[in-house]
Design a protein around this ligand. Structure first.
Ligand code: C5P
Length: 235
């Protein structure tokens, strides 16, 4: 069975502050998207990477992919993204050629995921799990609140889920291709990850250990951390 990776990279990255689309911001001088593509292509099991680009930035992404050396054993496809992450992933899936039975979905915003995490996800799908997510225990206690109508107002706490049972999920999330496609055809509710759609089908999703360095670059502080992680790797 062959494995393909879909990388949604069409978000604006509003929470990161003004500037280029998030995936095109640089870390250590290299665009985040290129880091993410390399991180997935580093797995010997991944033979196709589908990059879902900002619709108005497809030409720019194409020249970036052409300009950066990527492994010869890996093929690339480039497709324009959509309005939501969910739509972008679906457009990536629509472009998948036959023959790839395992599909990974990986946020361009997680540029530093170690190859061991990628391989652990693929391995769990190969062993029969239809949906696999890497995840970590939480450092913070989490509270469910009644969201305030106006920002900054105090919010009543509704519940405190037991922290030891919670996991913060990362990507790449790995799927049996048919299951993921069925999820995208069936589920219309807004979800923040692909595994959540598979759960709504009633299919069991399993968690494997994630990695601290697979964190999502979302806010300005995350850029500082990402630069520090890269610098440490280059020592
Ligand atoms: O916004 P969030 O951080 O959840 O985005 C996660 C990933 O989804 C990012 O890599 C982003 O580029 C991608 N995305 C996308 N198309 C959108 C919105 C987000 O490909 N319309």
């Amino acid at each position: 069975t062959r494995t393909a990776a879909v990388i949604p990279a069409a978000g604006r990255g509003v929470r990161l502050g003004p500037g280029a689309p998030k995936a095109l911001r640089t870390l250590g001088g290299t665009p985040m998207l290129i880091h993410a593509v390399r991180a997935l292509a580093a797995s010997r099991a991944v033979s196709l990477v589908v990059v879902v680009a900002p619709p108005d930035g497809t030409a720019e992404v194409k020249s970036l992919l052409d300009a950066h050396a990527l492994p010869e054993r890996t093929d690339f496809l480039l497709v324009p993204g959509g309005e939501s992450r969910q739509e972008s992933v679906r457009l990536g899936l629509d472009a998948l050629p036959p023959g790839y039975d395992i599909v990974l979905v990986h946020d361009a915003a997680r540029p530093l995921v170690p190859v061991d995490t990628v391989d652990a996800v693929i391995e769990a799908v190969r062993e029969g799990a239809p949906a696999v997510v890497p995840a970590l225990p939480l450092a913070d206690t989490v509270k469910e609140v009644e969201p305030a109508a106006t920002q900054g107002e105090p919010e009543p706490v509704l519940a405190t889920p037991e922290r030891a049972r919670l996991r913060a999920v990362q990507t790449p999330q790995g799927f049996d291709r048919a299951t993921l496609i069925r999820a995208h055809e069936t589920v219309t509710d807004d979800v923040t990850d692909d595994a959540g759609m598979v759960e709504q089908l009633g299919v069991t999703v399993v968690v494997v250990p994630g990695h601290e360095e697979a964190f999502k670059v979302t806010r300005p502080l995350d850029l500082v951390l990402a630069e520090a992680v890269l610098a440490r790797r280059r020592l």
